[in-house]
Design a protein around this ligand. Sequence first.
Ligand code: NAD
Length: 432
Amino acid sequence: MNHIGIAGTGYVGLVTGVCLAEVGHHVTCLDISKEKIALLRSGKSPIFEPGLDEMLQKNIREERLHFTTERTEAYHGKDMIFIAVGTPEGENGQADLSYVRQAAADIADTVTNDIIVVTKSTVPVGTNEMVEDIIRSKSKIDVHAVSNPEFLREGNAIYDAFHGDRIVIGGNHEPAVQKVAALYEPFDIPVVQTDTKSAELIKYASNAFLATKISFINEIANICEITGANVEAVAKGMGLDKRIGTQFLKAGIGFGGSCFPKDTKALTSMSAEAGYEFRMLNAVLEVNELQHNKLMEKANEYSAIHRGTKTAVLGLAFKPNTDDTRDSPAIHMIEELQRKGADIIAYDPIATDKMKAVFPDLTYTDSLEEALRGAETAFIITDWQQIKEQTPDFFTKLMKRPLIFDGRNCFDPGDMLSGGIHYHSIGRSGNS
Ligand code: NAD
């Protein structure tokens, strides 16, 4: 059993803390947000993640998991401290490391024993070295930073913590690396052990590669629309080749979320700083931006949106099963619709509260029926199960004019056409 401190109780810090407590460690999580800590202390998670609330409450009850806003309580006398603070997009696309620097400075100010600092945040090559330098320059303690990037998928985070594809641990001090590796033994997940810089880069390379797959299939979808091919058939035919794989070949209106856009930009920017132009990633980002406009381009072809057109935006989260709306394609869609003066009602089963921070004056609902009642046009942005399971009948009964632009290919175009819906999706022939 180790005594562990965690800086940051967001998606990564909270899930890490809860799962490490679940396997028997004594974990204290720190956040600068008093509201988050108050909520967590009462056993409620500030984020939606299947299975998280139950595990959170159990470990609080069994006194292995604590939450605090006090640095001393979180850091003093611990065996290891995890840094899981945000690394948002900074100027020129590079990762903003101010929260990481602050966490390192806080550790230096608080800790009096030698310490292992484990960096879970996604950080550019050289950041773990920087963390060690900050702590050494401000204190007399001996510190070893170990890179342990996080690969969880929001919406599957607890599952991924116990069944992920790999755990990456990078460090230049073998005993520290072994101590971190030992933490993960109960998880029975293959460990990739490497040097610090390679571990830091593995995270960016992985996310940028997945983003590349998405932009690639979106370009194929655009070719399909011009030539009359069907992107789903093409993706299936490609994906069954094991060298390609079936995942991340789903065409749509582009990727969003708190990781892919910022990490792809950060890798581009990190490369440029190192004197290397990562040409391909510039294209991946450009394709994604263009793809965000796809539904509006289609709507324009049909002159679907005018001032006052009653318009339902279906789905606000950047993907299903999460309430995360950061960099969601829905933001771009809503801005475009607002520019045209549409009368918007926005639906999401769980993410409306998070979107209110971006568009406080928008009309929201967590009822799909209410969003569609009397709507003249609907835009599908997130492929929530609640949307996908509907039949054409559901839409025709509720909508004033059954005109649907589907950015996630939730329905079969033939079914929608025979159900009386004007249905337009991405990269598929038929009623589009
Ligand atoms: P988040 O924004 O949800 O949470 C970060 C938390 O850190 C916030 O609650 C913030 O208040 C807190 N914080 C900031 N400064 C602090 C400090 N000095 N001390 C204590 N707490 C502090 O971020 P997230 O989504 O959990 O991501 C964290 C990191 O993990 C990022 O680098 C991200 O790129 C990476 N990551 C995220 C995901 C994901 O799916 N969200 C997956 C893999 C990796």
